[in-house]
Design a binder for this molecule. Sequence first.
Ligand code: PFF
Length: 444
Amino acid sequence: MSGERERWSSRPGFILAAVGSAVGLGNMWRFSYLTAEHGGAAFVALYLVLTLLVGLPLLLAELVLGRTAQSSPIRAFLRSGSKAWRPLGVLYVISGCTILSYYGVIAGWTVRYAGIALLGFDAEIADRFEDMAQGGDAFGFHLVFMALTIWIVAGGVSGGIERAATLLMPILALLICGLALYAATLEGGSAGYDYYLRADFSEVLSRGVLTQAAGQAFFSLSVGMGAMLTFGSYLGRDHHLPKESGLIAAADIGVAFLAGLVVFPLIFALGLSDKVTGSTVGALFITLPQTFAEMGGVVGRVVGFLFFAALVVGALTSAISLLEVVVSSVIDLFDWSRTRAAWVMGCLITLLGVPSAWSLGVLDVVDQVANNLFLLGGGLLLSIFVGWVMRDPEAEARVGAERFSGFGLWRVSLRFLVPVVLVFVLYDAVPKTLRAIAELVSGG
Ligand code: PFF
């Protein structure tokens, strides 16, 4: 790439951007439905363990690799290892395109729901979900959301991504905390806390649930597809990467937990608990709008709007990191200008979202492919690369963190623990995903 590599303008700016990437629909949409489906607090505990033991070492690995290579995924593996690893960079770019293509569709629903919330949800909102979520309108809102994402990314690393995160993340924190406090005042909400915080371990002791929890840990932390690697490539050598990784993971876990403290009491306070379905969209797009409709009046409108506004904000700061993986790679590879790379790739990804915008069935399968194959597979290969192939990653990680004593543990976990857990999980995830693809193809 010609010219100097772009840089974050400040440490807090980088951290906010990385937290912005991590905190998104995953924390609110996926986390709440998976928790509802798989035994409440027991699932939360499993997700927590996987985040700390598997996700966090990989997050640090991505940041270290990105900072060392000072390049996007497409070149990073080449620069820090051998030619044989180059396809992994390509996989990361494909993952970025795939995830953003349907993430933008779901984010489009949230934009639409924020607007409807202002006018007031009506009692039939739940029945209309399937119509609203599929078809030309869904694509239209996806388009609007993608245009906003592209515009921010075209603004550059510090002028676009960092500036947006610095503005939006405090707003998101205020919204979530405010909503959690409001939910705590609701009469009847305590049944929601019981449901959320009571552990049912009989649900989580299966390989299938482990797969879901691992997929969720990766998706939520944005690891396994080079987003954090790309963000790391804009870092200088004065960052304490272990500390900053810990901070990012803590913020991500914190927001997911808080989101549960919003969603469950709200649903239970209005007596809609039997409607917490295990479907991908259940809790968030069907039950909650009904909740806001039943609240009625100004309160229903305001709370509903603020809730979906929080989702839009979270989705936007995550979507920009997904697009940045692709844009940064195209800039490194073809020497395009940032504006051109952002608009061309952004428009292509928007078009790639057409099948997901037209069919919930397709969206669901693409989500499974992205999580179960791309992120988990991408994470496994990354752990092998940094654990076994990369030259002295510990020395690289130590720069800026000379006094940190956990590097030995980090390396051991990347070499042994992370690959073993991921192979175990993939053994279940791969056939399941292939079956889902086959069903979709044969059914339609
Ligand atoms: N972490 C985001 C969320 O929880 O919504 C989604 C995401 C962003 C996944 C970036 C992967 C990624 F690279």
